[in-house]
Design a protein around this ligand. Structure first.
Ligand SMILES: [Zn+2]
Length: 438
């Protein structure tokens, strides 16, 4: 990592990073009557609708990162059946949840639509976007095909978009290029049963065993996740490894600070030409995010997601739990009234400064250690699966762990206070603690 910003921070930003819509050549817009229009001339779009323009350009990045836009939900006509009303309510609820970023709940509502109406085009559309975002590429492809099979003429613009998305998935499967829209990055494809890997061709030239080493690290990350979380993604995970320069070329525009990796449905990581423990820890960390999002359908609660990833990365380096100096640093934050409530960290770490971000990772790690001491891997698998049903976080935590967010927060703080009863703690600053976070 070039900076002191934890890379885990990057996963958060990747979600909200706007795609670069320049050179998009076709726009979709929806008028006040809910009718969808397609144009290649943005100037022809009424001013009021212009801010809602949906770039449908040829750039692959914008194909998938334009948010969860899709066909408008049509109100049922008079005399509609109970099933039609239910489908309408579920679809509208899903679209509203997507707007709020509640992807897990939206996903379960859309699945419920398909149980009543297996050929519902809108449900297939949104599930394709959600699955792609979860790294379930084959499932996304299936939903796009089902969408095309059932979408009528009124959805023609979305059909065209679905065709382009299918082609993009095929490209990804062919592994001919990264999802970077620019740069002469040449990638080498590598298939293994559990991973679809591409790596920067330059990486393979320095170390003859580069590919085997990467596959071994990834399999170790997978075995570790299975051991700790009791579950792994149902489809092979896509991984792209870059030399530093190529990574910056492809992804610098996404972040406002230096990063070495992120997950956006595929793992993107910077690799040294001679991979070692640093890459292994990075892969353990990012793979945990892949498992979390695939199972839970979102990245939230963020403290749980980051705590699990952080622990995985540490365990890959045989570092168990938090060091004494890190626990003391947390004690000092409690004393100083600077403890960040886990509740505040649930939606993301955005808006935290450098030092707060470091503290957020430590607190998240402490909270997950507390949970891990009280749950089996099977219970943790259940935790992720229940989050994936869209049940509220606190209800899931209470059901599986026995305490809600505040309860866990309080328990973690009292454990730290109990360990260091004296308030006259050491005075080293937090940033002087043991090691950088990945
Ligand atoms: Zn992370």
């Amino acid at each position: 990592m070039t900076g002191r910003i934890p890379i885990a921070f990057a996963a958060l930003l990747a979600l909200s990073a706007a795609a670069n819509p320049s050179r998009a050549d076709t726009f979709v817009w929806i008028d006040e009557k809910g009718v969808t229009h397609v144009t290649d001339d943005p100037a022809s779009v009424p001013r009021a609708a212009r801010e809602k323009l949906i770039p449908e350009g040829a750039q692959r990045a914008s194909l998938w990162s334009d948010g969860f836009r899709g066909p408008p939900v049509r109100t049922p006509q008079g005399g509609s059946s109970a099933d039609e009303d239910r489908i309408y309510r579920l679809l509208q609820g899903a679209v509203d949840d997507l707007g709020r970023g509640d992807t897990a709940r939206a996903s379960s509502e859309l699945e419920a639509v398909l149980r009543v109406a297996p050929g519902n085009a809108e449900a297939h559309w949104y599930l394709a976007l959600l699955d792609r975002q979860r790294g379930r590429h084959e499932s996304a492809e299936g939903h796009l095909r089902a969408f095309l099979a059932s979408a009528g003429d009124s959805l023609a613009p979305w059909r065209a978009s679905a065709e382009r998305r299918l082609k993009a998935i095929e490209d990804e499967k062919r592994l001919t290029e990264a999802d970077s829209a620019s740069g002469p990055l040449r990638l080498v494809a590598l298939e293994s049963p559990n991973f679809r890997i591409h790596y920067d061709a330059q990486l393979g030239t320095a170390a003859p065993d580069y590919a085997q080493t990467v596959v071994r690290y990834l399999e170790e990350a997978r075995a570790h996740a299975l051991e700790e979380l009791g579950v792994v993604p149902r489809e092979p995970t896509s991984v792209i490894l870059y030399g530093k320069a190529a990574y910056l070329e492809a992804h610098r525009h996404r972040f406002s600070f230096p990063t070495v990796g992120f997950f956006d449905g595929q793992m993107h990581v910077v690799s040294a030409a001679h991979p070692a423990g640093e890459l292994r820890a990075l892969l353990f960390h990012e793979y945990t995010h892949a498992v979390f999002r695939e199972q839970a359908g979102s990245d939230r609660p963020f403290w749980l997601n980051e705590g699990l990833a952080e622990l995985a990365g540490r365990e890959s380096r045989r570092q168990l739990g938090l060091s004494r100096s890190e626990r003391e640093a947390l004690r000092r934050r409690i004393d100083a009234g600077a403890w960040l409530a886990l509740r505040r960290l649930a939606p993301g770490f955005a808006g935290l400064d450098d030092e707060q971000a470091r503290a957020a990772y430590l607190e998240s790690t402490a909270a997950v250690l507390w949970i891990e001491a009280r749950t089996t891997p099977q219970e943790r698998a259940r935790l992720l699966a229940e989050l994936g049903t869209g049940m509220p976080d606190d209800e899931v935590l209470r059901t599986v762990v026995g305490r809600d967010t505040e309860g866990i927060d309080a328990a973690v703080r009292s454990a730290i206070l109990a360990e260091f009863p004296s308030t006259a703690g050491p005075s080293a600053p937090l940033s002087g603690g043991a090691g950088q976070m990945p």
